[in-house]
Design a protein. Sequence first.
Length: 362
Amino acid sequence: MSDTDLLARCTAILPGHRARPPAELYAAMAAWCEANHVAHDVYGEGALIQAFERKVAALLGFEAAVFCISGTMAQVTALRLAAQDRNRAPVALHPTSHIFVHERSNYQLLGHFDALQVGERHRPWAAADITAIPEPLAAVGLEIPMREIGGQLSDWDALQAIKRHCSNQDIHLHMDGARLWEAAAGYGRPVHEIAAGFDSVYVSLYKGIGGLGGAMLAGSQAFVARAAEWFRRQGGNLIHRSPYIVAAAMQFDERLAAMPAYFRRTEFLYDLLRAHPTLRVNPARPQANMLHIHLPVNRERALAIRARLAEEHGVWIFNRINHGVLPDTSYFELYVGDNLLALADERVREAVGLLAAAVGRP
């Protein structure tokens, strides 16, 4: 059976939110539009989108925010502007930055800015990683939390030290906040307190929120206006952004309210995983509602185990699996959302036990 067929027959799905079929999602969007008298925006001008931009800006503690069709476009635009304003000095990024790992060298090939890899691949930034750089910097791009290392967060005091250093040195501090909503529970602080001291913040409208796609870039009025002009220059000037705004806005408050519950469920899952020595978990304790689980089998065997557990037990353990650093190892990311929240404790315990038993067999 195909992965799609296997997933469809599963009654216990661990990762993420339930995928709503297009007909169901569009029907919900249509009902919400009718109930809220929504009209299309025209090139970003419209009551719904502008009210939602103001709402996101206020939540983050900024003067303004603007919709962007993708986080990829939003981030390189923000850092490009920072570099332009500071004599094209380089931008400091963690080795696991989305810009390095997933954006196909766009910052280089499109002439956006020069970048330095700063810090250690398997650790979140400490303050010294930034303060010890001898060259002038145009910007620092900091991901909160750092997805590629299991959703880890920089220590709170280190984060405050980085903020002070950037402010004192006129370094633009930008946040990759694709999962900022999730980090609030890990830090135990509201998002505006985490974002305070940053010059710009990007947040996703689809990752934890569950929308169709799109992003918001927040900053000062002047900075956001310049970024919006660059979005147009790069082909991001959609005539109607309303589908993306509706898909996010109609569930935005509910998703944010659920983040503490997702985090508590992640802690529950973590304790179950730690009871099985064959399953190694990163980070040492959950810092957001996501974990990386490392397996003592290679990627191909992990995929075969996933298929067998789905077919025989109706359990779907992970979506994507990666090769591990060591031979015959692999790891996967598990984002904790509605699926895991809805499962009974015993069913989750059973699923973890089945995985541990499967990877432990010779």
